[in-house]
Design a protein around this ligand. Sequence first.
Ligand SMILES: [Zn+2]
Length: 393
Amino acid sequence: MTIDDAPREALRGGPRELLRWVATGAAVSRADLSRLSGLSPSTVSQRVEALINQGLLEETGDGRSRGGRRPRQLAVPTGGAVVGAIDLGAHHARVGTLDLSGRVVQGRTLPVRIEDGPEAVLGALLTEVAALAAGGGSAASGGASAAGVLRGVGIGIPGPVQHATGRIVSPSRMPGWNGFDVAAFCADRFEVPIIVDNDANLMALGAHRTAHPELDHAVYIKAGTGIGSGVISSGRLHRGAQGSAGDISHCRVVADPAPPCTCGNAGCLEAVASGAALVTALRDQGVPVDDLTGVIRLIDDGDRHATALARQAGRAIGEILAVVVNFFNPQVVAIGGRLADCEPLLASMRATLYERCLPLATQTLLIERVDSGQDVGITGAAHLVIDHVVAAS
Ligand SMILES: [Zn+2]
């Protein structure tokens, strides 16, 4: 059993939580950890020793003395071990190395042509991860002297990923990627754990650990070129049986006419409310627009066609989200991705959500924007790996 599969109660004072307390500065000693977790000093010591042996914690000399022997201080190693992270998008990828507390050491954004296929795209990104881990990043990636021992690589894919195998299954807009075994391809290049997941799950995990680690139930919508969501249930990422939990892209919404979807159906959320759908709909109305950046510019400029479409997209997302909120009763719903900055979309999503949800479900519901910048995906990817390494310790 991995930590991810453990019930929440069993995680109180679990290795991952001990690590988080030290990483965030909430604890600097075994005594602090014992106080925070309610565990006995001997149990805490045992778990700390295991984490030290794994290289996940280190002792950094002496703490403040209160008379008698000075206690040893605990810290997350920042100079040695790193995890690699790749957050692949339709046109760009964010690549980075992070320390074992989930802080970004180096990060850089690379242009990507997804249609070049998995070997070419992933091959180039893995080469970049290796260069960053070797301390060879460019000035743009945050400095050139941050070498570290690579402990694992987390990878986010903008399409459905079968979690157990790391294989991509029937992605939209990723020609040549269907059935590709990402984990096996990467394992041939790095002899460290490789964890693959979809990009919405990465965003969910990154945003949850950064903004709301104290909340147990959360839903994160990623609205960019495509659209998806990640679910945190009882404090952990909920993937379902195969890894498709949270994939709302092909849920049907009310739309007249119902636009055709890449999946073969019509009226899917992705065909109405994704960035790609907005580009298509504007072009169909005779508005010349190149890409999602152009759409966002038009919305910011108050273009009436683009604004109306953004409102329609927000309503569609709100409709699906209302079902999710009524069913799942989260504490927070947060929207990220490039469309999250579109005010008209956000306003109509919020209004639809309040209109369609039970008062009990929305009474204390937080509705937010994901606010972790461009590194939220690689932060989630790093936490996937860190959790895996901790679980194995
Ligand atoms: Zn569809």
